[in-house]
Ligand binder design. Structure first.
Ligand code: UDP
Length: 318
């Protein structure tokens, strides 16, 4: 297949790129590198791979045939999207529209990366796809939540109006190698703090929960969805739920760190609970996560330690 993959220089996008190349696809990554990093792609030697630096918020003239568009471009860490509010809204609105136009024109499949944030600070727990969410439309997180909710509406409108073949995945917290060390999300923060011996910053009292999925599991789910004939949104995530404080303790344990926990103010609208119902993914895709939290954290630790050591060695040379 000839694939356009937006956001392919990002954390999840670059792993998906590897997976699609391994399947034998021809992959063009389109990314403006606002939060992505070319280092995530530098290991690729495949002649079927191309990179185009472009902001999909601007129209993309694309003369070549396309079989599938995977639309992953968007800042995804709360720290990033709160710093980039207009970029985040634009990529969900104009960016998705521009890419849907390409899918329509080429007769290509369109797969949209959506998010558990469409459920906001949920009043239904765990969250099935049928839940419509509890989102503050004007709070600091709204730029991401409403951007993704708008994109979901747009995808369905292109499907209903123009018959574009669409797929939609709602991605829950995902982690693994290549996450930016400074992206501000909980797993990179806790690991970098533990490895540097700094205090582990737990926001609020740490009783809020998340359910963490290892990136290879998520990527398998995305590929399976692209191969299935199913247009409704599908939750992909690991239903094993942990409090943030438990996660902090787990990170301290596996790093053998002497860091202590320091409590900080809870950000506004931070969801108190989050866990996916994955019955739909099980039934439609035969998918479920395989990598447990401990194993996934070990794999992530190996990558983070190596990158932190490289950065320290570089700093010592200069
Ligand atoms: N969090 C924390 N300390 C940090 C970073 C995040 O306690 O240094 C908490 C955050 O308040 C949230 C959870 O960890 O409750 C997950 O945050 P993250 O930014 O990873 O993603 P979110 O799930 O909120 O989009």
């Amino acid at each position: 297949m000839r694939i356009l993959l937006t956001g392919g220089a990002g954390f999840i996008g670059s792993h998906l790129c590897d997976r699609l190349l391994a399947r034998g696809d021809e992959v063009t990554v389109v990314d403006n590198l606002v939060t992505g990093d070319l280092q995530n792609l530098e290991h690729i030697r495949d002649p079927r791979f191309r990179f185009v630096e472009h902001d999909i918020g601007q129209p993309l003239i694309w003369p070549d045939p396309v079989d599938a568009v995977f639309n992953l471009a968007c800042p995804a860490s709360p720290v990033d999207y709160i710093k980039l509010p207009l970029e985040t809204l634009r990529v969900g609105a104009h960016g998705a529209w521009n890419m849907l136009e390409i899918a329509r024109e080429k007769g290509a499949l369109f797969l949209q990366a959506s998010t558990s944030e469409v459920y906001g600070d949920p009043e239904v727990h765990p969250q099935p796809e049928s839940y419509h969410g509890h989102v503050n439309p004007i709070g600091p997180r709204s730029v991401y939540d409403e951007s993704k909710r708008y994109t979901e509406a747009l995808v369905m409108a292109f499907r209903r109006t123009h018959g574009v073949r669409t797929r939609m995945v709602r991605i829950f917290n995902t982690y693994g190698p290549r996450m930016r060390l400074d992206d501000g999300r909980v797993i990179p923060n806790f690991f970098t703090q533990a490895l540097r011996g700094d205090a582990i910053t737990v926001y609020g009292d740490g009783s809020q929960t998340r359910s963490f999925c290892y990136v290879s599991d998520l990527v398998e789910g995305i590929v399976a969805l692209s191969e299935a004939d199913f247009a409704e949104p599908v939750n992909l995530g690991n239903p094993i739920e942990r409090t943030v404080l438990d996660l902090a303790r787990e990170v301290i344990r596996i790093t053998g760190s002497s860091s202590r926990v320091e409590f900080r103010e809870l950000p506004q609208d931070d969801p108190k609970l989050r866990r996916p119902v994955i019955d739909r993914a099980r039934a439609v895709l035969g998918w479920e996560p395989r990598v447990g939290l401990e194993e996934g954290l070990e794999l992530t630790l190996a990558d983070f330690s190596a990158r932190i050591a490289r950065a320290a060695a570089k700093a010592a040379r200069t």
